[in-house]
Design a protein around this ligand. Sequence first.
Ligand SMILES: C[S@@+](CC[C@H](N)C(=O)[O-])C[C@H]1O[C@@H](n2cnc3c(N)ncnc32)[C@H](O)[C@@H]1O
Length: 281
Amino acid sequence: MRLRDELKGVVPDNLLNLVPSGFDIVGSRSGAVAIVEIPSELEDYKYEIARAIIRSGRNVRTVLRRIGPRGGEYRLYTYERLIGEVTEVIHVESGVRLMLDPIRVFFSPRDQYDRLDLASRVGDGEVIAYLFAGVAPYAFIILKLKPTVRLIYAVDINPDAVRYAEVNVRLNKARGRVIPIEYDAARFCGEMRDSFHRVIMTLPLGAHQYLPDAIRCVMDGGVINFYHTGPEEEPFRDAEAVIRSHCLGMGVECNIMGERIVREYAPRVYKVRVDFKVNKG
Ligand SMILES: C[S@@+](CC[C@H](N)C(=O)[O-])C[C@H]1O[C@@H](n2cnc3c(N)ncnc32)[C@H](O)[C@@H]1O
């Protein structure tokens, strides 16, 4: 169902092109939350839009309107609640169940293909530091695709995210395999030097500040999955530059193994992932 078609005759013709072409769904058959951006010109029609989303028949019980960009340490949006009360859901992705509340924790269903891609590159027996883990979606997808992985530490400073990650450990029968830790990523790496086959850094706007920490805690020959943003014309330019500069500064050799555009982050800006190997010599 296209919202625009649904709202013909309700929203005036001259505003119809502003009706959002889509919305995010977080949740599953047991109940879902829709997250939508509505421009200010459609203020008078926001509840009609929310009702049209509910009618879309995808078990949406609550509609949230996203206000402004993500912000704060926990990378959260501000929302206006248009319909519904309940915002805690169980999201199902690639056979993994994730309990979360989008108001209290970061989660993006749009990263699902990146999770599958990253998981496909994990090797047998790896011990992984998953920094900036939120409710730990990458950890459970990795475990699902690569059950031979040894251990994944999921580190985040948002206590709500860690609490949900702990619930998700139980939901996905990952006890003893995924270990959520409420801790600062830099401190964690400082205390776990040369310990990990892989360090995953899912914080596109700030991961670069933690690259020295990640390089310290990855073992010789280990891999860092680094997230960053970059302009449409040269999406990997900035990520490669910060990797080069930190590796040089720390006297380690870094070899890029793969690069991937994860998705659009802002107009003409991509979120990217660069995978590189660290040789400490
Ligand atoms: C962009 S979200 C990614 C969450 C998760 N990996 C996902 O894909 O759904 C970044 C997360 O980093 C956490 N964070 C920010 N600064 C941190 C720090 N210094 N140490 C640990 N976690 C941090 C935030 O709380 C947030 O949950």
